[in-house]
Design a protein around this ligand. Structure first.
Ligand code: GDP
Length: 196
């Protein structure tokens, strides 16, 4: 598939450093340690997301190209609550600018650790995406950390809370990188948004 052609394109610290706003892209967001790098790597069969983790680099967005017209974007999550205020404000300002202005952004994938769903970071992302009518799909990561029944229950519970708080437009699934669980379901969403 096309996701196998993924390669690193560019890092941007600000919106004006992004690649040209043409074609289609899907952005991945998640609180630090939610499993975003693992999911990106699993979904693309590559080690794309290593660059995003270099400490001390205040990158905002890392772009990966799938083809001439299509991109995946890694939005560094930070440990949200623990970040110094100025960095948090910088991050919020530029992220909000990116999310609200980017024409080629077709949808947002939000990653949440199944054991710690709906953090403040997640709620902020849900608020932004629903306010901007941006399609959102959630991966409940590390599903392998729970027994099958418990994971299913967690999925139903979080889905219900999201319906209540943010409406019907947000889809959600279980995901596990080591078990390679949920890959087809996630690929279907990417293909749809990227018009593959
Ligand atoms: P990021 O900070 O969101 O990019 O998170 P990483 O992908 O680096 O993952 C953080 C930690 O969780 C690492 O130790 C991963 O090996 C682990 N991890 C990520 N995804 C999974 C998963 O689906 N299952 C399990 N058991 N561990 C995972």
């Amino acid at each position: 598939g096309l996701c196998q052609q993924a390669r690193f394109l560019i890092s941007a610290a600000k919106v004006d450093q992004c690649p040209p706003d043409s074609g289609l892209e899907v952005a991945f967001a998640g609180r630090s340690n939610a499993g975003k790098s693992s999911a990106l790597n699993t979904l693309t069969h590559a080690s794309l997301a290593r660059t995003s983790k270099t400490p001390g680099r205040t990158q905002l967005l890392n772009f990966f190209s799938l083809d001439e017209e299509r991109r995946l974007v890694d939005l560094p999550g930070y440990g949200y609550a623990k970040v110094p205020i100025p960095l948090k404000q910088h991050w919020q300002h530029h992220l909000e600018a990116y999310l609200s202005s980017r024409e080629s952004l077709a949808g947002l994938i939000l990653l949440m650790d199944i054991r710690h769903p709906l953090t403040d970071f997640d709620r902020l992302m849900l608020d932004w995406s629903t306010a901007g009518n941006m399609p959102m799909h959630i991966l409940l990561t590390k599903a392998d950390k729970l027994a099958f029944g418990a994971a299913k229950n967690a999925l139903l519970k979080v889905r219900q809370e999201i319906r209540k708080g943010w409406g019907e437009g947000v889809s959600i699934q279980l995901f596990s990188a080591p078990k390679r669980q949920g890959i087809e379901e996630a690929h279907a969403v990417l293909s749809h948004w990227l018009q593959l």
